[in-house]
Design a protein around this ligand. Structure first.
Ligand SMILES: NC(=O)c1ccc[n+]([C@@H]2O[C@H](COP(=O)([O-])OP(=O)(O)OC[C@H]3O[C@@H](n4cnc5c(N)ncnc54)[C@H](OP(=O)(O)O)[C@@H]3O)[C@@H](O)[C@H]2O)c1
Length: 377
């Protein structure tokens, strides 16, 4: 018996059925016993990141049905054929959800006693009231940092740091970032200022440009402005950026960035019919724009577009560097790596039609956080 720890607790599950539907529901599961060097974390906050939303509800919840009860809701959507094929390996496997979160250590296994009562951040299966974690997977938050403040301590902070490491590894002088008013984009502005990395932030509304300027961004280009392409060329000239991280992954933005980089490179160098020899790299690291990517190939031949994901990046970083990165994130969780949330949802509340349509907008300043200890929907 562990005082204050229930025998069973709720977690959010996602199930792909053989009939081609995706079903979201709450499961009541036993709270497991702890092994050596393990802790039991009472999860208090877990963000709904864009990547969680892809797994949770795909890209389209139009036509979803809402059944069950207020405290045990069930959401069912019919998957598009292409999504069914992509998720074939998941058919019949009920998966826990939530890429990251934070909470209090309420019980410890042998060797983990020093963490009892500490607030920690952790990754994976966090849309749950309780979660077992290895000590090595816990980031102990500094005194005074709350679970809500530490809930997004992994995905976005390590990605922002990963972008800067990638820039240095690949020898680029400056960086272009799209959908840049995001939580991650705001972190990147602060990080690049601290680390002296020239950054061009691309947003799609004037108020987003204002927001980024208010936290110190020097080069912000608004894709809704008539002058966007000229502004982009001017900003790339000033920053010498030859690397871009694109969170949209669709439409013309990547092509426009490569074009602007090529204009800058050809203006600076000797003319060649094949374009400049300056290598331009775009990494697509998100899928905010589900439309096809359109490339208008007027940017020579020295370019690449590839994918970028946090986990393979982390696998490429040595243990010592990873420890340093995690330490920096913990120390700067309320400054450089601060996240903001517009609303809190219980596990059941996260499965209502209103909540889903609010967080599926993925709009600036409207990220939600699940607070699994909150009982009411
Ligand atoms: N590859 C990786 O390993 C990795 C790791 C971490 C994060 N990410 C990606 O990083 C991105 C930002 O994450 P976040 O948590 O910081 O997001 P967030 O705070 O929820 O913000 C989302 C932002 O995206 C913008 N947006 C949404 N749809 C858009 C579209 N179609 N075109 C342009 N902008 C759009 C929103 O602006 P509006 O208000 O104008 O809609 C908002 O500023 C996401 O794409 C996420 O998947 C990837």
């Amino acid at each position: 018996m562990r005082p204050d720890v229930p025998e069973k607790a709720l977690e959010l599950r996602s199930l792909v059925t053989a009939a081609g539907t995706l079903e979201l529901s709450l499961a009541e599961v036993p709270v497991p016993a702890l092994g050596e060097n393990q802790v039991l974390v009472r999860i208090e906050a877990a963000p709904l990141n864009p990547s969680d939303l892809m797994l949770l509800a795909g890209t389209d919840i139009t036509g979803a049905t809402f059944t069950g009860t207020a405290d045990r809701p069930v959401v069912t959507t019919t998957l598009a054929e292409a999504t069914r094929q992509r998720l074939a390996a998941r058919v019949g496997v009920s998966l826990p959800m939530g890429s990251e979160g934070a909470g209090t250590v309420v019980a410890t296994g042998a060797g983990a006693e020093s963490l009892l009562g500490r607030t920690v951040a952790l990754a994976g299966a966090t849309y749950a009231q309780y979660r077992v974690a290895d000590v090595s997977g816990c980031l102990v938050l500094p005194d005074g940092v709350t679970a809500r403040q530490g809930a997004s301590a992994f995905v976005n902070p390590l990605t922002a740091l990963g972008m800067v490491v990638t820039l240095r590894r690949e020898g680029h002088a400056g960086l272009v970032h799209t959908a840049a008013a995001s939580n991650l984009g705001q972190m990147l502005v602060k990080l690049c200022l601290e680390d002296d990395v020239p950054l061009v932030s691309i947003v799609r509304r004037p108020e987003q440009a204002e927001l980024l300027r208010s936290i110190g961004a020097e080069f912000v280009c608004d894709s809704s402005a008539d002058t966007f392409l000229d502004d982009l060329v001017a900003a790339i000239t000033a920053t010498s950026a030859t690397l871009a991280f694109d969170a949209t992954g669709g439409g013309e933005l990547a092509s426009q960035v490569l074009t602007a980089m090529e204009v800058v490179a050809t203006t600076a160098g000797a003319f060649s019919a094949y374009g400049s020899s300056v290598h331009k790299q775009v990494y697509v690291y998100g899928g905010l724009d589900p439309s096809p990517m359109v490339l208008t190939r007027n940017f020579g031949f020295a370019w690449s577009i590839g994918g970028w994901l946090l986990l393979p990046f982390l696998a490429s970083v040595g243990a010592e560097d990873l420890t340093k990165m995690r330490g920096r994130v913990a120390a700067e969780l309320t400054t450089t790596f601060a996240s903001s949330y517009s609303g809190e949802l219980s596990l059941a509340g996260a499965l209502t039609a209103d909540a889903i349509s609010a967080y599926m907008r993925r709009a600036t300043g409207e990220k939600h956080v699940i607070t699994p200890q909150k009982e009411e929907a």
